[in-house]
Design a protein around this ligand. Sequence first.
Ligand code: PEP
Ligand code: MN
Length: 297
Amino acid sequence: MATRMNPKWNGQFSCFDLVAKSTQRPRTIVRVGDLEIGAADFVVMAGPCAVESELQLMQTAEAVASAGARVLRGGAYKPRSSPYAFQGLGVDGLKLLRKARECTGLAIVTEVMSEEDVDLIAEYADIMQVGTRSMENYALLEALGGCGRPVLLKRGMTATLEEFLRSAQVIAAAGNSQIILCERGIRTFETATRNTLDIAAVPVLNAVSHLPVIVDPSHAAGVRSLVPVLSRAAAVVGADGLLVEVHPSPEQALSDGNQSLNFREFRSMMSDLQPYLELQRASHQRSRQLLVVGGAD
Ligand code: PEP
Ligand code: MN
């Protein structure tokens, strides 16, 4: 069943005309080489939280590629909660990501934290990631309007969906409509998980926006045991893909080890996902139908 449009949503989001769904623009497909995000395939982006070393990155790239991921993630510039934590390898990390792309054919997604780094990172990355802490960094969003690369925009951890789409509109208004929305969990009163995965955000965003929507179960959960089940939930509610943290030895990771899967766990997550993806494919046509504004249930 396609999600029906709640009349409230229409009023709330239609002002963001460049990213809101309309009869003229029901769907955006973001293309990266031969990869299509927002089309029929469920695109898995996986890799370490941070690029730490050549060995760590190459081993991870090969492992995630052979398990079916299409995009390698890895931060070279890290927004850490503590100023004393590992801040990333910077340009050396970008060079390692480029090498991993050459070796595996995986596309690269990596975070950009400052408008000053946009040109440099765009030379290395296929997709520019805007982290949760930067969702309202308008100088950065505007600079991404002219970067020539698709943008993976993460939802701010305290942002409403309206604020999320407003940030997407800023990027689009600056000239770049190749945007992938990423639900990565929001702050609530719950402390059993790092953030609360707002699973309803996926069908709501699919109903009101033409942009592809992916889910990051790793930062939502904060613990690796929850990542596979949240990934299956994402597939079932109609996400276009995932962003997942994977590390050769999570207990030794320099960041986000608790939520990172090892290679074996990632492989089994990918194979356990298959029946759910088939289910999603079967209902794909129906879930993509243009929604009836104000339709009664
Ligand atoms: C990340 O992807 O490693 C990251 C820092 O994510 P977020 O911005 O969602 O915290
Ligand atoms: Mn991380």
